[in-house]
Ligand binder design. Sequence first.
Ligand code: MG
Length: 386
Amino acid sequence: MRIMEIREMRVPLRGAVANAVVNFAEHDVSLVAVLAEIGGRRLAGIGFNSIGRFAQPGLLRERFIPRVLAAEPESFAGGPNGAADPAKVRDIAMRNEKPGGHGDRAAAVGALELAFWDLAAKAGEEPAWATIARHFGTTPHEQGCAVYAAGGYYYAPGDGMSLGDEMRGYVDRGFRAAKMKIGGASPAEDMARIEETVAVLGSPGQLAVDANGRFTPDEALARAAELDPLGLRWIEEMGDPLDYALNARLTGAVATPVATGENLFSRQDLANLLRFGGVRPGIDVFQMDAGLSYGLTDYAGMIADLEAAGHARDQAMPHGGHLINLHIVAGLGLGGCEAYPNVFLPFGGYAPQCRLDEGRIHPSDAPGFGLEQKPELAPLIDEITA
Ligand code: MG
């Protein structure tokens, strides 16, 4: 196994949308390619750093990629299928980094580490979920994964589209569950939007709502109390995601599952949530995202930490509706995944070869994460590997 080159490319998001806090029109993502020779074959491992934390070209090009390229090949040998060990690559990338203060470097290292998982799966000519399941000794979802459509944006009158139209489109495509934004309108308007969506989905238990951390603690508690009698699937990030005391007050006040985790970037962040956040075994939802938290090695560690604290892995539903997380959910046997139909392109959503029926999504047999099968990504992968 020899690494010849590691490249990074900044890719702007298309089909961008806004939630209650962030307009994604200015967002971008780092696409990473590891060009390597394994057993006489030239392979390219492709990864990216999920969605919502910007591209990290400086961190990758100036710190993390040079450290990996400078390492002796024996120092990262021993990974799946004769490829590099992603856990060792992650440790080499993190040499001389202080603990704590994870921030943007967690996304940069995540993109790099995930590219090595794609490479390892391609070295074994198998889909990444199979490599992941064998490596971690998990029982994968061989019959597809539960999936929900994450969307439910705000439409201005005259947009030519309504929330109901958006949701009917998801149901027509085979989704049975969905998530919508709240917090960008008055409580009365949001309640009307929720009723419109429940009418399309057929049951409040199929609908989750996400405030993207928009509310003050008092507002969060008040809104949660108003939403609780509806019997929604979950309420997500009502207040600041690092306010563990608020999370504990929310879980103590409502029967509805409370979801959080997409803004936790390390195992220690999760340890704090487990200690102080009042999360309920078998009820609440964990949304950590490997591409935002140092990659799959650390993410799998988080799942082990959850289970050690008495929670179940089917409470884990990662943030980030894209192919990498589909393979992670399938490989680790997690609760389900989200999908971003039509938005956050070229990364959001799945490839046409992934079959969706009756609320379950089936990965294709393409080697690795199958990113080359995604029409919006394929030209960028050609460019970065040329
Ligand atoms: Mg969210």
